[in-house]
Ligand binder design. Structure first.
Ligand SMILES: NS(=O)(=O)c1ccc(C(=O)N2CCN(Cc3ccccc3)C2)cc1
Ligand SMILES: [Zn+2]
Length: 261
């Protein structure tokens, strides 16, 4: 009796371990980042993204998030440097957000919850494909950027949010050509990094997390736009797609390193 995972009380984060035992592992994400416990590592290198706008393909609503998919059939859009041993291919980006502006991010910084969190997922092409990379501790790299509500929103977010009307319900997909997600990055590349997992099932512990210290500013209206997505299919009763974030998990004996002082 397969019952899909979600974020409700009967299929939410506290239940995931029943079908995905790794969810109770020792390297789970997200986590709380506390400045007092961070290791300031001056040897950490800067990271670089070299993205080809032509790699952007489609934007979709899978009932769990809003995702933009990129062509990852060769090293076309890559992330490198920082804690990474080589180049990692950009495969998709997606968001997590709350039901109101005061929460919605997955990682929490010194007790601060942001309105949302943008994840750019990359995989290590030393493995034959994404599904193989998911099974390796150095298989995946996710660049995470916090969304903070403010008065001067980032105009670059508009392109994604304009497409929301075309993907209102689960299963809807629309062409999303010619988009370079690095236009969404904040000015500073300062980051924290640690080893963790997918924040959704299958919760594989294959991710090198690179979390930018500085958020990007979005407007309350832009967050409302994300909340206008539905997790149901077109012909079903409307269920708002909100609060698609996993609570923070135990850090156990993991080190969080910072690239900045
Ligand atoms: N929030 S996050 O960045 O951690 C994140 C969460 C989920 C995904 C995601 O789309 N998948 C995780 C595994 N992958 C497919 C898959 C691989 C092996 C077994 C089963 C299924 C789908 C990507 C990023
Ligand atoms: Zn995510």
């Amino acid at each position: 009796n397969y019952y899909p995972w979600g974020y409700d009380s009967d299929n939410g984060p506290d239940q995931w371990h029943k079908n995905y035992p790794i969810a109770k592992g020792r390297h789970q994400s997200p986590i709380e980042i506390n400045n007092k416990e961070v290791h300031y590592d001056r040897s950490l290198l800067p990271w670089f993204a070299s993205y080809d706008p032509g790699a952007a393909k489609t934007i979709l609503n899978n009932g769990k998030t809003c995702r933009v998919v990129f062509d990852d059939s060769f090293d076309r859009s890559v992330l490198r440097g920082g804690p990474l041993p080589g180049v990692y291919r950009l495969r998709q980006l997606h968001f997590h957000w709350g039901s109101s502006d005061d929460h919605g991010s997955e990682h929490v910084v010194n007790g601060v919850r942001y309105a949302g969190e943008l994840h750019l997922l990359h995989w290590n092409p030393k493995y034959s494909n994404y599904l193989d990379a998911v099974r390796r501790t150095d298989g995946i790299a996710v660049l995470a950027i916090f969304l903070q509500v403010g008065e001067t929103p980032k105009p670059e977010m508009k392109r994604i949010l304009e497409e929301i009307n075309a993907i209102k319900t689960k299963g809807k997909e629309a062409p999303f050509p010619n988009f370079d997600p690095s236009i969404l990055f904040p000015k500073s590349h300062d980051y924290w990094t640690y080893h963790g997992s997918f924040t959704t099932p299958p919760c594989e512990e294959c991710i090198t997390w690179i979390i930018l210290r500085d958020p990007i500013i979005v407007s309350s209206d832009q967050m409302a736009k994300l909340r206008s997505l539905s997790k149901n299919a077109e012909n079903e009763p409307n269920l708002p797609l909100v609060d698609n974030w996993r609570p923070t998990q135990p850090r156990y004996f993991r080190m969080v390193s910072a690239s900045f002082l």
